[in-house]
Design a binder for this molecule. Structure first.
Ligand SMILES: Cc1cc2nc3c(=O)[nH]c(=O)nc-3n(C[C@H](O)[C@H](O)[C@H](O)COP(=O)(O)OP(=O)(O)OC[C@H]3O[C@@H](n4cnc5c(N)ncnc54)[C@H](O)[C@@H]3O)c2cc1C
Length: 388
């Protein structure tokens, strides 16, 4: 059965899934070589650019498609079945822009200019919020990156770690502590500026193709308008909304699980050891495992799609959806992990061969635990809500 049909609500969504599917199928052919050679998947990003994938979440008036959270989740899940690292990277770009399109909390002129740059030149942007000393920004540490006021704007210096697709970014949204205060702000940094450099520090076994390197800022001079978000200012009362766009994360990892599931199912049809009269698909224990995968996948996708749908169809409830969104991340990424584990048990030792995509899925799915919000924070949030 087509895995997408149950969730597709209209022709526009079907077209979007087809677009993501076309790209994913090409990416999956390249995945092994990129992973083995430790190369950044430049070709994948060129393909995304050719299809205008990075413009999809921009406002229609600025040349985008204004995709909804539901659509974002759907296309990112499909894209990740081909290459999770590319999907996660472009997910930061698309998701962040989706949030800005929905909230319009920035100065409109600055946002418009950025959108125009993305449409005209396929520019890429990501948030650079993690640092070696503060770790995950979701835990509340103040950035050690500092922004100092100058006569004409700001001077920013610091080091950001884990900056996905750093080497091809045109812009970053860099978190920094403002002057001598305890206030955090986000600065729009053009990577062409003097003082912006990338150190290729990303050397992992998981999500290698994200190229999540260090972004180093050395006395980077920015205009006043570069300070696009600050904690003390809530321009239109809208940026207290929970970060729903982060659902691109569970969408990505469940995409990995789907790829693993598809591989395992095909394997059960193809593999006929001579101890059996036919392929292993007819072995009751193998069937039981496939059923378990289907159940886990159903559970995870139902919760992912239903919460995304609620965000879209009931905007008044958005303000109260923080714990639902966080729970989706917890449930779905852990389900993805579990599905990959079951699928590898079906395939057996061959799942560990370097030439087998299963071992890459196994390594990639693990990274979901370290994207926000982390499991312990979700559980603490739920407990605190219950105890209120
Ligand atoms: C594939 C990938 C892509 C990424 N892309 C980006 C990106 O594009 N931009 C970006 O900004 N970031 C990105 N990140 C970084 C990510 O958001 C986290 O900042 C990073 O993974 C570090 O998370 P951590 O939990 O290991 O870090 P840490 O905060 O260093 O925590 C490490 C461990 O210490 C403990 N700990 C630390 N602080 C506390 C605390 N206050 N309370 C309780 N326990 C604590 C926990 O046990 C935790 O597991 C990416 C990460 C990955 C894996």
């Amino acid at each position: 059965m087509d895995l997408y049909e149950p969730y597709i609500q209209n022709d526009r969504q079907r077209n979007l899934v087809d677009l993501a599917g076309e790209l994913a199928d090409v990416f999956s052919e390249r995945g092994e070589a990129y992973d083995r050679e430790d190369e950044f998947p430049y070709e994948n990003f060129n393909d995304l650019k050719k299809k205008g994938y990075g413009t999809l979440s921009l406002p229609k008036e600025y040349g985008g498609e204004e995709i909804s959270l539901y659509e974002l989740v759907m296309i990112q899940e499909r894209l990740a079945t081909g290459d999770a690292a590319t999907a996660l990277s472009i997910g930061w770009h698309l998701g962040g822009l989706m949030e800005l399109t929905e909230t319009r909390t920035w100065d409109e002129g600055v946002f418009k200019e950025l959108c125009e740059e993305i449409v005209a030149n396929n520019a890429l942007i990501n948030r650079a919020a993690s640092e070696p000393a503060t770790g995950s920004p979701t835990r509340g540490g103040l950035p050690e990156t500092k922004a100092v006021k100058t006569e004409v704007g700001w001077k920013v210096s610091g080091r950001k770690s884990f900056t996905s697709m750093a080497r091809i970014l045109n812009y970053s949204l860099v978190s920094a502590t403002i002057g001598d205060t305890d206030e955090k702000g986000f600065f729009l940094v053009n990577h062409d500026l003097e003082g912006v450099s990338i150190e290729e520090t990303w050397d992992t076994i998981s999500m290698k193709g994200t190229g999540s390197d260090d972004l180093v800022l050395t006395d980077v001079h920015l205009p006043s308008s570069a300070l696009v978000e600050r904690d003390s200012v809530n321009p239109r009362g809208k940026n207290d909304l929970p970060k729903a766009w982060l659902l691109h994360i569970p969408a990505c990892y469940i995409g990995v699980a789907i790829a693993t599931r598809n591989y395992a199912i095909q394997f059960t049809k193809d593999y006929s050891p001579n101890s059996l009269p036919g392929p292993i698909k007819d072995v009751p224990e193998v069937k039981r495992k496939i059923g378990e995968i289907e159940l886990e996948l159903f559970k995870a996708r139902q919760i992912l799609y239903s919460v995304a749908d609620k965000w879209v169809s009931e905007p008044k409830k958005r303000i109260d959806m923080a714990s639902e969104l966080a729970s989706v991340k917890h449930v779905v990424t852990n389900s993805a992990f579990h599905i990959v584990d079951i699928a590898m048990r079906i395939v057996g030792a061959k799942s560990l061969f370097r030439s087998n995509p299963m071992q890459r899925y196994y390594r990639d799915v693990r990274a979901g635990l370290h994207n926000p919000p982390m499991d312990d924070m979700v559980i603490a949030m739920l407990a605190n809500n219950a105890l209120k």
